[in-house]
Design a protein around this ligand. Structure first.
Ligand code: PAF
Length: 252
């Protein structure tokens, strides 16, 4: 696996990939888990080459504490990527991604304002801006995003359409633990008590009950609800466990 910390070096390599070969990109913030690995496997199956990006994007964290506590697991991540025979890893620093110090931004005015957007002001501006930059840098044929962040996936898809981005945005199914908990880099910060609650969370929201019954049951289990909404034929939930925000969604 070739590792690039410099975006210009990566761009030089990108130019050497022949036009008839397909490139897939998997953007990540590191702290890789089986969910990320499934995106990489799908990209490898569908393309000739796969680029993974690792960039812990500060502009999408409205809560600084959340950013500071985000697990940094560079050595383990590199090992996992090598094991999967990933072709390229791009891991630029803040200055390279934001030479303008986050002066130019991408804003969306509807979908980004609900669900995670209303709970985390500015979050999707940061996500969309960095994803656009990564898509431009990768210049890939396909980009892979997990359905676990369904709102992010929809916004990225719509942004790509709005700006005539040639990269196809490919949705990938959520990967879950045996007890149904959606994989997330945040899960590893849960205490053992918190992990048990997270299991209850995953179970409760799946039930064929109405939203107020589900909210009540979550609260009875001392799980603080951030939102519980239904849109696009899906149920979306965000809760706080051990002060850690966990999100999930599924088709009704
Ligand atoms: O889903 C994520 O990990 C991030 O939001 C992304 C898409 C890599 C942008 O920083």
């Amino acid at each position: 696996m070739k590792i690039y910390k410099n975006i210009y070096e990566w761009q030089n390599t990108r130019r050497t990939i022949p036009n008839d070969k397909k490139l897939g990109v998997v953007p990540t913030m590191g702290a890789l888990h089986e969910g990320h690995l499934s995106l990489i496997k799908q990209s490898k199956a569908e393309n000739d080459f796969t680029l993974v990006t690792i960039f812990l994007n500060p502009t999408q964290f409205n809560n600084k504490e959340d950013l500071v506590n985000y697990p940094a697991t560079w050595n383990v991540d590199v090992k996992l990527l090598k094991n999967l025979k990933t072709d390229y890893l791009l891991a630029p620093d803040f200055k390279q991604i934001y030479p303008d110090n986050y002066n130019f931004t991408i804003k969306e005015n509807k979908l980004s304002k609900i669900l995670c957007g209303s709970a985390r002001p500015g979050h999707f501006d940061g996500v969309l801006t960095v994803v656009m930059k990564l898509l431009m840098l990768a210049d890939a044929d396909r980009a892979y995003f997990g359905e676990k962040d369904f709102q992010q996936l929809l916004l990225v898809k719509k942004m790509a359409e709005a700006f005539f981005v040639k990269t196809e945005i490919v949705p990938c199914p959520t990967i879950r633990e045996k007890d149904g908990l959606a994989l997330s880099s945040r899960n590893r910060r849960l205490s053992s008590e918190g992990r048990k609650k997270a299991s209850e969370y995953a179970r409760i929201i799946k039930q064929k009950k109405n939203r107020s019954e589900i909210r009540e049951e979550l609260e009875m289990n001392n799980i603080k609800v951030d939102y519980l909404e239904e849109f696009f034929g899906r149920r979306f939930a965000a809760v706080f466990i051990d002060n850690i925000r966990l999100i999930d969604n599924f088709k009704l």
